[in-house]
Design a protein around this ligand. Structure first.
Ligand code: ADP
Ligand code: MG
Length: 136
């Protein structure tokens, strides 16, 4: 079993499509180990996206991720990282395949509805960023 972290981003929460996104995840065979709705602080968002801190979009990304509540979901499944990234589609909705979460619900490359971990190792780390083991 592998873990991956889903974040339903502020754009999707504002659009009230979180229910549809959660249903798509469940219908794709993922187990939900934990879920939280929270408002990220600037420090938390900066730390979570630290890997991108030299990228030109970093400050905008932090501002966007703190612009409203998000929903973090700890997911588990065999091949969770790859299967979840297939379900959400490419970072840029213009490049995402039909039927993917981002094609259906993202507004732009930045406001792209959901986060997903990019490796099994980061899946474990990112789940631990938001959840203690006793919450899962
Ligand atoms: P992904 O979320 O698909 O793993 P990245 O890790 O490359 O994508 O980027 C993290 C997040 O930063 C993206 O989901 C998106 O919100 C934002 N982002 C990435 N590239 C850009 C860009 N060129 N312009 C604006 N925002 C971007
Ligand atoms: Mg990424």
């Amino acid at each position: 079993m592998e873990r991956t972290l889903c974040i339903i981003k502020p754009d999707a929460v504002k659009k009230k499509v979180q229910g549809k996104i959660i249903q798509m995840i469940l219908d794709s065979g993922f187990n939900m180990l934990g879920m939280k709705m929270l408002q990220l602080s600037t420090k938390q968002a900066q730390k979570f996206y630290e890997i991108h801190k030299e990228r030109p979009f970093y400050n905008d990304l932090v501002e966007f991720m703190t612009s409203g509540p998000v929903i973090t979901i700890a997911l588990e499944k065999a091949n969770a990282v790859k299967d979840y990234r297939e379900l959400i589609g490419a970072t840029d909705p213009a490049e995402a395949k039909a039927g993917t979460v981002r094609k259906l619900f993202a507004s732009s490359k930045q406001e792209n509805a959901v986060h997903g971990s990019d490796s099994a190792e980061n899946g474990i780390k990112e789940v631990a960023f938001f959840f203690s083991e006793s919450e899962l």
